[in-house]
Design a protein around this ligand. Structure first.
Ligand code: HEM
Length: 601
């Protein structure tokens, strides 16, 4: 089995890491950072002064004490590149790219520091006992991996996930390719039969990685997401899942309706509203009302939203993983403490007052069917509650934001939703909306949500797994130790029954057809918005109910137009987990009816 040059290079990671960091520092050292500087480097002013006496300076990396020359800043400058070249490179780079390189270097350092946690001791290379070749695709530089993983995150035409689409299109087999996020050799797999074959064998063929304890604690270290033992994972899923069964969701319907109504009531005729913001508030509202079952006073609601914001923002901020010990002094730590205090208060109230309809109550009183003496302990309830807030808020808010854009662009779809609601209300006069009604009387709403999630599912990957043994997919080997991930967007995009060469089957203007879901002959089968296998989305019932409740109530009450977006100028945010419209689906409200009245048309 021959090795490519990059595969060989990966064997000499330490030396190469130093070289890469040095080069990155050479470039970043010549950067002009905005006023205020960076969290890592402080005020690092631009343009390393040209080295006077030689074309290259003497030491590979120099800490140039600038204080004498320019006040107090200390500049990290490198002399691997001639200053004129460094300056040229730096001035030709966009600020985004400069930051990408800067943070890329920091992330590479973090991965190197934690290499034994992330990587097996022997870096994976092709398995010589298999004749099959590795999948197509470049592994980029060691430790940094594919630079385009950072620079080609998204594009305005299709949104986030551009890197994966590019790698797939470059591979001779678009359903599998290799790449190296942060230098870790990995593969991405698409196509339902491939994804099922690999991810149905979670815990045996592939397994999620273990994350650093301190960092993991911040978002539920004892949650089922980090359970790598199949029995423990199943135990946690059984107990946490008891609070999200269809029956439990039916109990939750009044809370979901209250949350949706509260947000729709903030809209006013003639106003312009960024629906992404409204919908984020809606999913956070669901979090405190339904998941935590809290009774927040008006003035506390903003504190709760702020805390969730700071907490999620902090988890995504590289400073948190670089310096976990500083967490308690930062906003993220304070937000975490606040959320835990709310969860603790709720646990006390459940102990005192018995069960209510909240998800936390479901967890607190859940007993294992196999062994009723087994219950979730306090830490497990806290961890899994945090996981549900994290997993459920952004995903549902983004999907609903795309739904708003789809409704704004396809007025016929809005009309069909309104008509369906009108029919449902006249059938169930005076009754409150139930989950059963949504299931049985709203086939168009169901088809509409499915189509939104087909066109814009998770465009990045699911959680990274690691292969436990070498296996074959589409005639290519995935060696033991490789990272393994699925990609829902590519799976939907490559559906042979739908695929149009110009990509229009994934276009929200040309390809959006909810009706395709209403006929068995046209129903897509390459479809996995909620994942596959033992880690299939545990919140699927809650997610679908909350999205359908919002859309049903919105369609009943609101008529609107897109403020700026037309079918010709749809643009997407570059960075998001699920692609989102660039303007956050900015709408102008034309009319809005009272919650007690019927549909406005
Ligand atoms: C539109 C909304 C949602 C989408 C698109 C979505 C998507 C997904 C996907 C693709 C996975 C699998 C990840 C993987 O295998 O790597 C997943 C897992 C999960 N989801 Fe969702 N999700 C949504 C809403 C929710 C909600 C509302 C909750 C709960 C409140 C939730 C809780 C979870 C949990 C706990 C897991 C981990 C399951 C496990 O590891 O066993 N999700 N979700």
């Amino acid at each position: 089995m021959t090795m490519t040059i990059t595969e060989r290079l990966h064997r000499h990671q330490l030396e190469l890491l130093i070289l890469i960091l040095a080069t990155a520092s050479a470039i970043t050292g010549a950067f002009e950072l905005p006023r205020g500087g960076s969290a890592f480097l402080g005020n690092n002013h631009a343009q390393a002064p040209p080295h006077r006496n030689s074309k290259f300076s003497h030491a590979p990396i120099q800490l140039v004490d600038d204080r004498r020359r320019r006040g107090k800043s200390t500049q990290l400058r490198c002399a691997l590149l001639p200053p004129s070249v460094a300056t040229k490179i730096s001035s030709g780079l966009s600020p985004q790219l400069r930051y990408t390189i800067l943070f890329g270097s920091a992330a590479a350092a973090l991965v190197y520091k934690n290499r034994n946690k992330f990587y097996p001791p022997n870096l994976p290379t092709p398995d010589a006992s298999f004749a099959e070749p590795l999948p197509d695709g470049s592994l980029g530089c060691p430790y940094l991996g594919n630079i385009k993983f950072f620079t080609k995150i998204g594009d305005p035409k299709t949104g986030s996930g551009a890197f994966y689409r590019m790698q797939s299109s470059l591979s001779r087999n678009p359903r599998i390719f290799k790449y190296a996020p942060l230098g870790k050799p990995s593969v991405v797999i698409a196509g339902m039969s491939n994804v099922k074959r690999v991810f149905n064998r979670e815990f045996k063929l592939v397994k999620t990685g273990v994350i650093s304890k301190e960092f993991g604690k911040l978002f539920g270290g004892e949650s089922l997401l980090f359970a790598t033992d199949p029995d423990r994972h199943q135990f946690l899923r059984r107990l946490v899942g008891q609070s999200m069964t269809p029956e439990q969701i039916n109990v939750a319907m009044p809370a979901l309706i209250a949350s949706a109504t509260r947000q729709i009531d903030t809209l006013t005729v003639g106003g312009n509203f960024e629906m992404e913001e409204v919908l984020t508030r809606f999913t956070l509202d669901v979090a405190w009302r339904q998941i935590l079952g809290l009774d927040l006073k008006d003035d506390e609601i903003d504190t709760f939203y702020g805390a969730v914001n700071d907490w999620i923002g902090g988890i995504l901020n590289p400073v948190t993983s670089l310096f976990p010990k500083l967490t308690k002094y930062r906003k993220v730590g304070k937000a975490y403490t606040y959320l835990i205090s709310k969860i603790d208060d709720k646990l006390e109230s459940l102990e005192k007052n018995g069960p209510d309809g909240s998800t936390m109550s479901g967890m607190y009183f859940a007993k294992d069917e196999d062994d009723p003496s087994k219950r979730l302990d306090r830490t497990e309830i806290i961890s899994n509650t945090l996981l549900l807030i994290l997993a459920g808020s952004e995903t549902a808010a983004s999907t609903l934001t795309v739904a708003m854009l789809a409704l704004g662009l396809h007025k016929d779809a809005l009309k069909k939703l309104k008509d369906e609601q009108l029919a449902m209300m006249s059938k169930h006069q005076g009754e409150d909306m139930t989950r059963d009604m949504l299931e049985k009387d709203c086939p168009y709403l169901d088809a509409f949500v499915k189509e939104v999630m087909r066109i814009k599912p998770l465009a990045t990957t699911g959680a990274m797994r690691f292969s436990q043994e070498t296996f074959i997919v589409e005639g290519k080997q995935v060696p033991k130790g490789y990272g393994v991930a699925f990609n829902p967007y590519l799976t939907h995009m490559l559906d042979p029954a739908l695929k149009e060469e110009d990509g229009s089957h994934m276009d929200i203007v040309k390809g959006f057809k909810p009706e395709r879901w209403m006929n068995d002959d046209t129903k897509p089968t390459e479809y996995m918005p909620f994942g596959v296998g033992p880690r299939y989305c545990l919140g699927v019932n809650l997610a679908l109910a909350e999205m359908k409740v919002f859309l049903a109530l919105f369609a009943r009450r609101v008529d609107f137009g897109m403020t700026n977006t037309t079918p010709e100028n749809v643009e997407w945010k570059k960075i998001s987990i699920i692609p989102k419209p660039k303007d956050g689906a900015l709408i102008s409200v034309l009319s809005i009816s009272d919650p007690s009245t019927t549909v406005v048309v």
